[in-house]
Design a protein around this ligand. Structure first.
Ligand SMILES: [Zn+2]
Length: 222
């Protein structure tokens, strides 16, 4: 059987027939645990939507949800310099997500805007056991090197379809065994992302599917 497409980070509610998706839920969407078929799910507080008075309760909700087999990752969580939320609060919430990831032995899906040094610093300081996945990655070759050296996975999304995006130039430097692809919140099919990535990496889609499926099995222990 051919390997399915893997969409490692999406907010879409349904998977196409030949794909496995990891749908990211915000804490107020955790009701979906009871519905939405047998989709794989992740949960975390996005750095745009941290509201201090709700934070503790939401972290508890994620902690509880993480015992459910359908939750296969913690996130998205992270640091975003474009967010109105204070950097200190974002870091505090990120730290809590790292703790949950380690506690429940689940990989961490990370949202990062202009905060690459901070994320790397956390990784160096804490040396977590669980895999980290940088979603929507758009960095240059040098940055890729820093993340790859720390064993962090890099996931590329719709920017691959945008002519001048950095990631189009740097995608080739991500080693296959640390690569993921995603649709995030965009209305696009994951196969279109694979198509773009395959062209840029000068490989074929079936090869790319095999490679990323292997990464998926390894990281998500399926
Ligand atoms: Zn997202």
């Amino acid at each position: 059987m051919p390997a399915p497409f893997i969409d490692v980070h999406t907010h879409q509610e349904q998977a196409a027939e030949d794909s496995i998706i990891i749908r990211s839920l915000f804490p107020d969407q955790l009701d979906n645990l009871k519905s939405s078929g047998n989709l794989l799910l992740a949960s975390g507080i996005h750095p745009w939507y941290i509201v201090e008075p709700f934070m503790k309760l939401q972290l508890k909700e994620i902690d509880d949800a993480a015992t459910n087999k359908r939750i296969v990752a913690i996130g998205e969580t992270g640091i975003d310099h474009m967010s109105d939320v204070s950097l200190n609060l974002q870091k505090d919430v990120f730290q809590h997500h790292i703790d949950l990831s380690e506690k429940h032995k689940l990989p961490l899906i990370i949202h990062c805007i202009k905060a690459f040094p901070e994320i790397l610093e956390f990784h160096k300081t804490l040396n977590p056991e669980m895999p980290w996945i940088m979603h929507g990655f758009n960095g240059n070759k040098q940055l890729i090197k820093s993340f790859i050296q720390r064993g962090i996975y890099l996931s590329a999304g719709t920017l691959l379809t945008e002519k001048n995006a950095k990631i189009r130039k740097s995608l080739k430097s991500i080693p296959p065994e640390q690569l993921f692809l995603e649709t995030d919140n965009k209305d696009i099919n994951i196969d279109a992302i694979y198509q773009n990535a395959a062209e840029i990496r000068k490989t074929d889609i079936s090869q790319l599917k095999e490679t990323i499926y292997k990464n998926f099995q390894l990281v998500f222990k399926t």
